[in-house]
Design a binder for this molecule. Structure first.
Ligand code: 5RP
Length: 222
């Protein structure tokens, strides 16, 4: 089974997982990335079962609309039962590293609103210790160098993702060489650096359930 086949299988499993939770008024939060794209395609098959979606990026909004799913502004939504999104890494505590696609801030906002965060990954995303995947940090442009210096003091090696601008008009620093033993504390510490918008650690609000595509089928991890 290829990685894409595992992503597609887990995306289809996610649709089966959320189906019983949906009604005609439901709004589904939708993440960003290639796994989320497979999810959008599978979600389109049941679009008659819910009202619409909130997107975590412009790219996701465009794909949802192309599939005939109405996209709502988060400010117009008071309740969201479920948010479905991929991840770059997850550990046994269901802490995540996200933001490989640069959509981390909107992803974190939508995840915060949702009652349940369903993370969909293939088995290559499972790690013992987070940090092998460079940790994305979204920064206000004028603060880029200052934030980078502060991250070096925390023993991280920040690299500017040159040429990339987020949907919010900001920049990304990808932090290499982090062995993340205390994910919640590091998430808070990085967010406390002035000029940081948010970082890609989803630990204080991690996933509630991980659906993991493997060559032998989809595993549910809680
Ligand atoms: C985007 C993300 C994605 O969820 C993450 O990068 C995983 O992407 P993919 O499903 O393409 O492997 O956080 O900001």
């Amino acid at each position: 089974m290829t990685q894409d086949e595992m992503k597609k299988a887990v995306a289809e499993a996610a649709v089966e997982y959320i189906k019983p939770k949906l009604n005609k008024e439901s709004i589904v939060g939708v993440g960003t990335g290639s796994t989320a794209n497979f999810f959008i395609d599978a979600l389109a098959e049941i679009k008659h079962m819910f009202d619409g979606a909130v997107a975590s990026s412009e790219a996701t909004a465009e794909r949802l609309r192309a599939q005939g799913i109405e996209v709502f502004d988060l400010n117009a939504v008071s309740e969201m039962d479920v948010y479905v999104d991929g991840a770059d890494e997850f550990d046994s505590g269901l802490n995540l590293v996200k933001g490989g696609g640069g959509a981390l801030t909107r992803e974190k906002i939508v995840a915060a609103v949702a009652k349940e965060f369903v993370c969909i990954v293939d088995s290559t995303k499972k790690v013992g210790v987070l940090g092998a995947f460079p940790l994305p940090v979204e920064v206000i442009p004028m603060a880029r160098s200052y934030v980078a210096r502060e991250i070096v003091k925390l023993d991280g090696m920040p690299e500017w993702r040159e040429g990339f601008v987020t949907d919010n008009g900001n920049l990304i620093l990808d932090v290499h060489d982090m062995e993340i033993m205390h994910a919640k504390a590091l998430e808070t510490q990085l967010n406390n650096i002035v000029g940081v918008v948010t970082n890609g650690l989803f630990a204080n609000r991690g996933a509630d359930v991980v659906l993991m595509g493997t060559p032998d089928g989809v595993e549910t991890i809680t």
